[in-house]
Design a protein around this ligand. Structure first.
Ligand code: ATP
Ligand code: MG
Length: 406
């Protein structure tokens, strides 16, 4: 992609928002705020978001998840079956003939209603549909940039099992898959599985909490034992159960990037999903649900990995692999050649082909945060100056040697 043709470029405005991710993402032209908690993703931002979603998709597929796409409009009748129509989180809307809907903020009702039609016997279980879809939530406070949207992307998976044992086994596999997602997006070293409130369904749910001062949650860590506990559930009883003492705990701020729950049969009973077990007796399937917010994950990466110059994207989710810069009139032809050769080799490359001073192009490259900067200049002739965004060292190499870096 040639930068001069890109829709959504860096902005000169130095406006600082309350959240770092919003400031950097907007300055770099990745996203644009439409209203508080409502964001548009521009080409660079959408590339990152799609890469994160694809990692989530690969890891869910790897444990047997099957992708679906559910409706965003969810009728009132369904919410009433589970007593969830009157919750403040919902944005509601009405048909001209009076029918009422809430915009989907979670989809247990919809998926269970569909599952009901496909589950007859224990042989039809287990299965785990998931979707990656825009969720709508009437959040009271939306000041954390794309980490807290009123409209945001969520991957939500729902699993259906014949019994608790089968759910427990799948739940552990889902937990492992979540760890793989967070390490692939570059947050593995600072993300902790955390005991959190399970609502009405189970004693605990498990949150994936990424340490960051920008986090809205407070958690307590016992690093040696690798135990993390959300403040919401920190009681003497819970400490005793987990075998940790209060004076061993470290209080830290964290961002909830994922949350998995055991739902038991609350929704299968509420929505009348039944199956016949091996003895011919009617049972309710036991369910689990598994949420992760790709847009919140993207904001979290910005919060955790950026530096004073701008963003620093890990390779797996960077919008492009190479940020090519040409300096001086005489380098244009060589830059064009490098650009075409890289593209031919399948390397994703963004070429800043604008007629600007080197300093301005370098500053923009640092702000945008693509992992590898490649400079072509008259001075260096056919040689390339290569620098990783996360390091200071500049190396001068031949085009042939570049593949080792990408
Ligand atoms: P929070 O406590 O931060 O409001 P939640 O517990 O209500 O979040 P869940 O219902 O567990 O969120 O949603 C699953 C995942 O979806 C979260 O772990 C998070 O990654 C993401 N998510 C939830 N709410 C938002 C939001 N408003 N904006 C962006 N991502 C969100
Ligand atoms: Mg949660």
């Amino acid at each position: 992609m040639k930068y001069s043709q890109l829709f959504g470029r860096t902005r000169k405005s130095q406006k600082q928002y309350e959240s770092k991710n919003q400031t950097l993402l907007q300055q770099a032209g990745f996203v644009d705020q439409v209203s508080a908690g409502v964001y548009a993703f521009l080409p660079l931002g959408l590339r990152v978001l799609n890469k994160i979603s694809n990692i989530v998709r690969e890891e869910m597929n790897a444990i047997g998840g099957q992708e679906v796409l559910l409706s965003a409009l969810v009728p009132q009748e369904l919410w009433e079956k589970t007593n969830r129509w009157n919750l403040d989180v919902a944005f509601k809307t009405e048909l001209n003939n009076g029918g009422k809907f809430a915009l989907g903020w979670s989809h247990e009702e919809v998926i269970s209603t569909i599952a009901q039609q496909y589950i007859q016997s224990y042989k039809d279980l287990p299965f785990a549909p998931y979707q990656i879809q825009t969720k709508f939530r009437n959040e009271a406070r939306a000041k954390s940039g794309i980490m807290r949207g009123r409209e945001f992307l969520m991957k939500d998976m729902y699993s259906f099992h014949v019994d608790q044992t089968d759910l427990d086994a799948f739940y552990e596999r889902a937990k492992d898959a979540y760890f793989r997602v967070f390490s692939r997006v570059g947050l593995g070293d600072r993300t902790f599985v955390t005991f959190a409130s399970g609502g009405v369904f189970a004693k605990f749910s498990h949150e994936f909490q990424t340490l960051s001062d920008a986090g809205e949650d407070t958690i307590y860590l016992q690093r040696d034992k690798n135990i993390a506990i959300n403040k919401e559930v920190l009681t003497d009883e819970v400490l005793a159960e987990l075998g940790v003492r209060r004076d061993e705990l470290e209080e830290v701020k964290a961002i909830e990037v994922g949350n998995i729950f055991k739902l038991g049969s609350r929704f299968s009973e509420g929505l009348d999903v039944k199956f016949l077990d091996e003895k011919g007796a009617q049972q309710f399937p036991v369910m689990g649900c598994y949420g992760i917010g790709p847009s919140r994950v993207m904001g979290t990466v910005v919060e955790c990995l950026s530096d004073e110059k701008g963003m620093v994207w890990p390779k797996e989710i960077a919008p492009y692999a190479v940020h090519l810069i040409d300096i001086g009139e005489g380098a244009r032809g060589q830059a064009e050649f490098v650009y075409e050769s890289l593209k031919k080799r399948g390397v994703e490359v963004l070429w800043d082909d604008r007629d600007l001073r080197a300093g301005e192009k370098f500053a923009d490259a640092d702000l945008i945060g693509i992992p590898l900067r490649v400079v072509v200049s008259e001075r260096n002739g056919k040689m390339l100056e290569v620098k990783e965004r996360s390091e200071g060292e500049v190396r001068v190499i031949e085009l042939e040697a570049l593949s080792a870096f990408v």
